[in-house]
Ligand binder design. Structure first.
Ligand code: JCQ
Length: 271
């Protein structure tokens, strides 16, 4: 899989050279290049921004440097016979929300190009124009505003790259992790068994794997109800065991048509 990132702050993407991603590059599983947008300017001042038409605060990124960069990047990696067009990901608070599901979908792609914008954003015509060469996807990390797309690129590249076969050493850690089953992860503990007067839940020292699985599922449900009721309400609980349904009931939920629905106007105070 190949990643290209375009930014006016290429040094910001230096962490991608380290740890997991760095190893995957050395192992030949991933290719990654960072491009300085200013290298695609032609004026003396290497200008990348200008004032917005229609007025308003801040500056907008000029279209031509982006077009030069994106044309060169697409041309350097021509889609082979039957090859798909590359995907252009534009981090933006106005994009569709990045989820684990979207990470899995993007991990199937051959070539992802990230356009990290700054200021008030990139001239909209760049996104329209790029659709001739790319599948263009404005994507948001969440409902908050960053100063630029770079941090969002770091998060997305890490989330996507670790799903590429071979990048994560133990594939089981991909299956067991948070969001794999639509619930938050259960709490984890390590040695010592008592630390500052706090004991690890006894069941985890019992060696009883059935009881341990039950304990963990219960705590996944408690946590999800307390912290992310939106996830719980979207979950398919049709095949939940009697035990799991009882936990849901204790948390104030009934199972109706395979969905967990809040019974009263309880606010979960669990976990
Ligand atoms: C990404 N959630 C927030 C900021 C404009 C391309 O236009 C812009 C991009 C940014 C950077 O991205 C974010 C963001 N996900 O702020 C303004």
């Amino acid at each position: 899989m190949r990643f290209d990132v375009v930014s006016i702050f290429p040094e910001y993407l230096a962490p991608l050279e380290l740890s997991l991603i760095g190893k995957a590059r050395t192992d030949g599983l991933l290719e990654l290049a960072v491009h300085d947008l200013r290298a695609y300017t032609t004026d003396r001042h290497r200008t990348v921004d200008d004032t917005p038409y229609g007025g308003g605060a801040g500056m907008v990124m000029k279209p031509e440097p982006w077009a030069q960069a994106l044309t060169e990047i697409a041309a350097a990696t021509p889609a082979g016979p039957g090859g798909r067009r590359p995907t252009l990901i534009v981090p933006s608070p106005a994009g569709e929300v990045f989820t684990q599901k979207l990470a899995y979908e993007l991990a199937e792609e051959e070539h992802l190009v990230f356009a990290a914008g700054r200021y008030e954003g990139i001239d909209e015509r760049v996104l329209d124009w790029a659709a001739e060469q790319y599948t263009v996807r404005p994507i948001s990390l969440g409902d908050y505003v960053l100063n630029g797309g770079e941090v969002a690129v770091l998060a997305m590249v890490e989330a996507i790259a670790r799903l590429v076969p071979g990048v994560v050493g133990n594939p089981e850690s991909l299956i067991e992790e948070s969001h794999a089953d639509g619930l938050l992860e259960y709490p984890v503990y390590t040695k010592p068994s008592t630390w500052r007067d706090r004991a690890v839940p006894e069941v985890l020292l019992s060696g009883n794997h059935g009881k341990i699985a039950k304990f963990r599922k219960e705590h996944q449900l408690r946590r999800t109800a307390a912290r992310r009721p939106d996830l719980l309400e979207r979950l398919d609980v049709a095949n939940f065991s009697k035990t799991d349904r009882n936990v849901l009931w204790d948390l104030g939920y009934a199972v109706v048509d395979g969905r967990a629905v809040l019974r009263g106007d309880d606010r979960a105070e669990n976990d």
